[in-house]
Ligand binder design. Structure first.
Ligand SMILES: NC(=O)c1ccc[n+]([C@@H]2O[C@H](COP(=O)([O-])OP(=O)(O)OC[C@H]3O[C@@H](n4cnc5c(N)ncnc54)[C@H](OP(=O)(O)O)[C@@H]3O)[C@@H](O)[C@H]2O)c1
Length: 331
């Protein structure tokens, strides 16, 4: 089978599409015939050796993949050959086959397209956990979404709207913000690159109160200013640091705002509370089937073009998600 292999840590150009033998199947694993895989910012980190976890070389990146079960480990219950599943692979998703522990897989309803499903594990799984379990977002609350054009940003807006929040979206490009605004019907759009005092706009949009919940995948200066436009008892979600700077929370502002700085680590949550994670995915799939969730897929590329897909993320060109498809996919 073919895999987009990383043999030495480096930039996207160091990946090569290679024929590799099928990986052995563990007792608790599923072998998935991959139809589609979502591309995410962490894939860019993992190939450079900059992610929290460094897989042994060689490996394929790819934290999420959707397809059909080809083989079931002897101790696995609840799955059979032929099931359509979404695998939270962590890596090895950019390949024609992926071996994934069964507890990191969920069944995909027949009505949901595999390319759509492939893009909702890492971002939507993280964001529903962030908004429901970590922030306890309430209908009518104001949700400020940073890096709104990215995978985490668009998923947060999508889920936030299903939960009844009022959205304010920020980003670094007017063009990308307009695209997000059009897709999700969001009018409150703020460019944090061109308006250094964007926190005042957040205050003005909330009649001086500030945002109730803030989702921050960017970090750096964006995080620090967020503590100046958060409402009393607000929740500031620490999701990631795409700016490259891990910020420090000023404890005096946390005290004065009576707010909480809340960590989000979806991968650990999925392992520690698999039932809660499964219930989150049941909710996501049910919203998808009802047409209430509207994932924004920017581009679809064949697996062989994974390098270009990763470069687009690196260049900050993507609005929403990129999906890779293999020859197994019929579309
Ligand atoms: N905590 C968790 O469990 C968890 C789970 C999944 C992902 N994450 C993390 O969440 C973060 C976002 O992931 P994503 O999939 O949303 O990434 P993405 O699709 O690439 O979007 C990231 C956004 O960050 C903004 N950004 C600001 N400064 C940037 C910079 N210097 N370089 C690149 N982008 C920059 C970009 O928006 P503008 O160009 O508009 O500024 C971009 O749209 C990553 O750090 C990822 O590792 C965390």
């Amino acid at each position: 089978m073919k895999a987009m292999l990383c043999t030495a840590y480096g930039p996207p150009d160091s990946l090569t599409l290679t024929d590799v033998p099928s990986a052995p199947l563990g007792e608790h694993d599923l072998r998935i015939g991959v139809h589609a895989a979502g591309v995410n910012f962490p894939d860019l980190l993992i190939i450079q050796g900059l992610y929290q976890v460094k897989p042994d070389l060689p490996f394929a990146p790819g934290g999420e993949a959707a397809g059909v079960v080809l083989e079931v480990g002897p101790s696995v219950t609840g799955f059979t050959v032929g099931d359509r599943v979404l695998g939270m692979t962590r890596w090895n998703g950019f390949a024609e086959e992926a071996v994934v522990p069964a507890h990191r897989c969920v069944r995909i309803p027949a009505a949901v397209d595999l390319t759509v499903a492939a893009g909702i594990s890492l971002t939507y799984g993280t964001c529903i956990h962030a908004l429901v379990q970590r922030a306890r977002l309430q209908p009518g609350e104001t949700l400020l979404v940073h890096g709104a054009a990215g995978g985490i940003g668009t998923a947060t807006i999508d889920i936030g709207q299903c939960l009844g929040a009022q959205i304010i979206a920020t980003g670094g490009s007017d063009t990308k913000l307009r695209a997000v605004g059009r897709h999700y019907g969001v009018d409150a759009l703020i460019n944090y690159n061109t308006d250094a005092e964007w926190k005042d706009q957040v205050k003005a949009l909330t009649e001086g109160r500030g945002a109730d919940v803030i989702c921050d995948p960017v970090g750096g200066d964006v995080f620090e200013k967020s503590l100046r436009c958060i409402n009393w008892e607000g929740r500031l979600l620490v999701v990631g640091f795409t700016s490259g700077t891990i910020p420090k929370a000023r404890a005096n502002l946390v005290l004065l705002k009576g707010c909480s700085v809340v960590g989000v680590f979806w991968g650990a949550y999925a392992d520690k509370d698999p039932d809660g994670n499964r219930a989150n995915f049941a909710q996501l799939f049910s919203w998808l089937e009802e047409g209430r969730l509207r994932p924004l897929i920017a581009r679809r590329f064949p697996l062989a073009d994974a390098v270009e897909a990763l470069k687009m993320i690196e260049r900050r060109e993507v609005v929403g998600k990129i999906i890779l498809t293999t020859d197994r996919h019929a579309d």
